[in-house]
Write a protein that binds this ligand. Sequence first.
Ligand code: NDP
Ligand code: 8X3
Length: 264
Amino acid sequence: MAQEKRGVAVVSGASSGFGRRIAQVLCGRGYSVVALARREGRLKVLADEDSGGAILPVAADVRDREGLARALDGLPAGFRDISVLVNNAGLSRGFGPLQSGSHESWQEMVDTNISGLLNLSGLVLPRLVARGSGHVVNIGSIAASYPYMGGNVYAATKAFVHQLSLNMRVDLQGTGVRVSCVAPGMAKTEFAKVRYDGDEASAEALYRGIEPLTDDDVAEAVAWCLAQPARVNVNMIELMPVDQPFGLGFAGSPPASPGGAGGA
Ligand code: NDP
Ligand code: 8X3
């Protein structure tokens, strides 16, 4: 049976982890997907894999509003009528306490997780409002609600995402545009490797003794939000590994900080 066409979904951070899997799952559910991230080669591999032309790789940095605008204005036929935005691109840097953190790392997290999300939302929301329907899914984190040592700026950027999701709902009332926030706990993607600045051993150690969430768990949660009847707005889904009852650093032991207290 032919797959029902569902519209166009823009997924940021589609070159890895959750975003990559969300792009695949939405493609499998009949969406045409604009797969956005900086690493174009990876996006091309994703698009070539099994999308049958339904995944369009778009190289862009969410911190660059003008570049994003150019990329969206240049979308080819079949990818212009955006109905879904998944704000997934994001990162964390370091595990050190705030008092010994680096401004550079803080700025990178704020620029990506907050300004990047605003840049893309600011460009896509008017399109959704103009078409009278649509859905924004913002990827938050349990870090926004459960403090852990060294979570500081990263957690706060995700708290911004949670609150903005609720406020988006208020501003969009009456437009037919829905807003959901999906807040995962620990999941094994490239996230920890980025957080530990490429140190694979420390990243691996973070998951020792627990069974983390998978990219598929998160992608299915996103797809579920989208699949609800048009009258239903899923405000928030929080999902954690069974082995993670609260923030990182089990039973009072903080996550390892490579080289001591470094990082942000
Ligand atoms: P990954 O590191 O595997 O993926 C992050 C994605 O974000 C990559 O595709 C990366 O692409 C993209 N990205 C980062 N910076 C930019 C940028 N400036 N412009 C465009 N794209 C960017 O991590 P996850 O899949 O785990 O993370 C996805 C989201 O989920 C993040 O928002 C993260 O905070 C959140 N999260 C992660 C959890 C986890 O435990 N893994 C748990 C809870 C939330 P590229 O480098 O090619 O640009
Ligand atoms: C990342 C989730 O639990 O590693 O947002 O902080 S956690």
